[in-house]
Design a binder for this molecule. Structure first.
Ligand SMILES: [Fe+2]
Length: 315
């Protein structure tokens, strides 16, 4: 058998302070819809076949709970588990059946060297009823991690999960597990954490309509609408969710086959009009957006919550 590998990003699991208001935000404003809920967890789908792309967990502190990735079948899940174990990766749960409310399937949980939980699964139920609404996200497109150790973190995904290297911008590694230019990217940062989650829109018009829906709901665009003058060359529009997570609508992301020519910072840093192909440095993230991407908003709010909790305990 060839080297085991994951073949797609399913989505993310996020801890949120207020489950109902977060579900409202992700359904009414962002464009997902509730599939099921169980014991403080809500599963939200996009318009595509994937059973759910976001799971919200109500917890006292916000933070990334897990990133969910797909493998082709049970044999691939078992092979990835065996490989991870052999490499000394921390396994949190051995391959087993997954909860029915999340679409079932078969999978296991492991941790990256920086402590992020990854769930690798196969045979999760898929929706036959895809939704024909281009203003709403189709699927999860990519997850970007912050890391003080980007080279080793990238190597972990290549060695353990069979990812392929796409590009290095000098600031970020972009890696793929399908034709999508990057399902994971790893950005240089002071600490490990979540930088942002990107949701794929069908096309540019759909993305602009999604942005319009967000603006009509008084959500501020944190960066965009622009086109990255860097790896992936995708159209982007970033927002901050009510918990402080950075979230992106994206479309027209490069697709990369086996003949894809990877490039490094000497190429990307010499492109004109960085970081936005349409407006250069005039299209820059707001300070709040930068803070969200650095994980600061969640950190600050979690600290505030700690104060409230300790005051209550002391009182
Ligand atoms: Fe992105």
């Amino acid at each position: 058998m060839s080297e085991p590998r994951v073949n797609g990003l399913r989505g993310v699991e996020l801890a949120v302070y207020d489950l109902n208001s977060s579900v409202d935000f992700y359904s009414k404003n962002w464009g997902l819809s509730e599939v099921s809920r169980s014991g403080g967890r809500v599963y939200l789908r996009a318009t595509g076949e994937e059973h759910h792309i976001v799971t919200l967990h109500e917890r006292p502190k916000a933070g990334l709970v897990a990133v969910n990735m797909a493998a082709a079948d049970r044999a691939a899940v078992d092979a990835l588990h065996g490989k991870a174990k052999g490499l000394g990766v921390e396994i949190i749960a051995a391959p087993a059946s997954l909860p029915a409310e999340g679409g079932g399937g078969y999978g296991f949980d492991m941790r990256t060297p920086e402590g992020h939980l990854l769930r690798i699964s196969s045979d999760v139920a898929r929706h036959a009823d895809t939704i024909a609404d281009p203003t709403r996200p189709v699927r999860a497109n990519h997850v970007v991690f912050n890391s003080p150790d980007i080279h080793n973190q990238m190597q972990f995904f290549l060695d353990t999960l069979g990812f392929q290297f796409s590009d290095f911008s000098g600031h970020m590694h972009f890696i793929r597990c399908s034709r999508n230019h990057h399902s994971v990217a790893i950005a240089k940062a002071a600490g490990a954490g979540l930088n942002h989650i990107a949701f794929e829109m069908k096309d540019y018009d759909g993305l602009m309509r999604g942005v319009g829906r967000m603006r009509m709901a008084d959500e501020e665009v944190g960066w965009g609408v622009g086109r990255h003058a860097g790896p992936g060359r995708n159209i982007f529009s970033y927002f901050v969710d009510p918990n402080g997570y950075a979230i992106e609508y994206t479309t027209d992301v490069d697709q990369a086959g086996d003949d894809y020519v990877s490039r490094r910072e000497d190429y990307w840093s010499n492109l004109p009009l960085r970081p936005c192909a349409w407006a250069g440095a005039k299209m820059a993230p707001t300070p709040r957006m930068r803070d969200a991407m650095a994980g600061k908003l969640i950190e600050e709010r979690n600290q505030t919550c700690d104060d409230v909790i300790s005051e209550k305990m002391a009182g």
